[in-house]
Design a protein around this ligand. Sequence first.
Ligand code: BGC
Length: 678
Amino acid sequence: MVLKIKDGLTPQEIEDFASQALSEMTLKEKVHLMSGHDFFKIMLKDRGKGRSVIPGGGLKRLGIPAFRFIDGPRGVVIPGSTCFPVSMARGASWDIKLEEEVGEVIGKEVRAHGGNLYGAPCINLLRHPAWGRAQETYGEDPYHLGELGSALSRGVQKHNVMATIKHFTANSIEYSRFKVNVVMNERTLREVYLPHFKKCIENGCATVMSAYNKLNGKYCGHNTHLLRDILKGDWQFKGFVHSDWMDGLYDTIAGINGGLDVEMPRVKHYGTKLIKAVEKGEVSIDLIDDSVRRIISTMLSYTTRKDPQQYHSDLVGCEEHVRLSREVAEKSMVLLKNSNDLLPLEMNTINKLAVFGRLADLKNTGDHGSSQVHQDNIVTPLQGIKNFVGNKVDVVYTEGKDLEEVKNLSQNVDAVVIIAGYTFRDEGEYIRQFIRRVGDRESLELKADDINIIKTVSDLNSNTIVILIGGSAIMMEQWIDNVSAVLMAWYSGMQGGNALADILFGKVNPSGKLPFTIPKKESDLPYFKAHIDEIEYGYYHGYTLMDKKEINPRFPFGFGLSYTQYRYDNLEVKSSGDIIIASIEVSNIGKIAGEEVIQLYVGFENSNVDRPKKLLKGFKKVFLSPNQTQKVTIEIPKKNLAWYNPETKRWEVEDMPYIISMGSSSKEEDLVSTQLKI
Ligand code: BGC
């Protein structure tokens, strides 16, 4: 080998190295690069502690480094790492800059643990809130998902860690993930289930993890249309595709023909079986060479790039990272109801506060599957409230098993905070029956115990505040009219309790907005069944479905209250070359500073084809002091208005008047609209 791997290789030098390596490598060496190694050995040593980096690829003889995989979406899973609020919470922050900062912290911690391949962002579209892993993704809207996923990838990759978008694609039923055939038409695939993946690729995300499920009859890891025609063909993706873990690859020849480059985390269908298939002429060596080239060039472009800093182990879970986790939790909680401005609570007027609920003093950062961050230093809601009030407010706490005690306490306090919702026992990643880990949610309602407490308390104390813990929509019709305030707090990471108290007592003004729709009835949602062999995913879900069926949800997509009020004036929209420029003046007309998420929707009511009433096409989060007005401008490339015509197989921009709306949520009344002909 004449060419040598050294720091700072140019793209051309990397390509030259890959070509020379390919000409010198044996078939066995090439195939060695195409899978994970030593998985069982490592797992045996690890004993479920989540301490391990999982290696794959690599070739010592030529100096090609191994990739070293670490999960996951909520932070680095290895013990001691910073535990952030789950991705869904971060989706609710609508804060791209903040998500990129989260990515940077994760990137640094991956490096400090010796990793170079990171198992996130997870950007599966939330079609139905019962999906067990809803918490690992960012929401229901493709535009929003693409923005958040790109931000996380950018942040991570700044530290020369390869990010992975997963699970490609239509992976959103947990119990059936290993077998379900998700059927959808080409238009739905291109317009609803793929744009966010495409955006992350365009933003440079290095690798893709295929999904376990089938898409239109073919496993995603074998799916030529998905991996070769679309990803590597239409989108010109140059990185590599690795399989999901348990059984993401089901067959040697189907996998390599389909476009799957790397089998993770161990050799099952590649390795010797792949070597034999090539030797027998069943698989073309060109396909192997294409995969190996992708692996070598992606690996080298990350491992030979100059690092922006050094990565010592004391970076892991350091003070600065934990502080960011708190900021993210504060910026992601969504205030859904606040009658008579009960919140924020005034320390001067509250002498005694009751905190109820079995989740109030529980370390509850979400699912215990592959995204679990092994972190013990977690501030519970009760602890956070106590930290905040010190000895200025008398805080009484009970789990709430004894309703008589609940009644007594409720009558003798100034306000009650009920922490209700779920844990990893209710929703999460499903492995296999024998591991007995829960997958999809059985019900979208709160548990009967929680509802009993809420109803009992709210009859006796008009200052009842419900804090919801969970990863996606929770039905509230049974009790919401009885309570004064509701805050969606999510699984809010290691600092969640402190962040919650900051919001309850007004140190922080809530600014989160729902990244999904909360309907009034489960029957308003698309069809969902957790144990199922085949399901059709239609063109409409979430807010597009609500708009189509003219249903008023309980809370619309993009909704969230603040302790201040904002006014929207003077929407201006113009067309300039290939872009549309929309601007609006947003004023903080309340008494305190806050952050507002300005959303831009484009309406397609004048279309000749069946299209959503409107789609999110832009958003910005801005900080406004009281009495401050800011002109917020959002640009939309006209090509982003296109629909996918399955007959011409092209994206087409219609010549028609579009309705451009800007405002504080997807609800009609919250938007200011005008028309623009292009
Ligand atoms: C999950 C992936 C995860 C992998 C490795 C799989 O079961 O579906 O999201 O990255 O395990 O932990």
